[in-house]
Design a protein around this ligand. Structure first.
Ligand SMILES: [Zn+2]
Length: 116
């Protein structure tokens, strides 16, 4: 838990430490390695870059199945698992000839799963 009254003091201390480290030309993050004029050393900069969303990318969402009744064009249900589609049809007493199953992939899915 952080004390709200102490926060400005902490921020001031952090700014002073940042200024000290910048003046000494050492990394403002770890305070050890030389930064060669940048704010962070090479190792800290790379770590921060690798943790960023730019590198980690979007989360991979699964696909989605929409069951549409072929005769009435009515959307019966939407499922995330193919097994649920099969269960739905057996409970409703429908066959695959009577419905249309639309499969939708999340955007970027093919691109992202290609890397893993
Ligand atoms: Zn560093």
């Amino acid at each position: 838990m952080t004390d709200a009254k102490k926060q400005p003091v902490r921020n001031a201390a952090a700014r002073r430490r940042y200024a000290e480290r910048t003046a000494k030309r050492i990394c403002t993050h770890c305070g050890k390695a030389p930064s060669f004029g940048a704010s962070r050393c090479q190792a800290c900069a790379r770590r921060a870059y690798e943790r960023s969303e730019h590198v980690r990318g979007l989360p991979v969402y699964g696909s989605e199945f929409t069951v549409v009744h072929a005769a009435t064009a009515e959307t019966l249900a939407v499922f995330e698992q193919w097994e649920d589609v099969v269960l739905c049809l057996s409970f409703a007493g429908l066959s695959f000839d009577e419905v249309e199953v639309l499969q939708e992939h999340a955007p970027m899915r093919a691109v992202l799963t290609g890397f893993s």
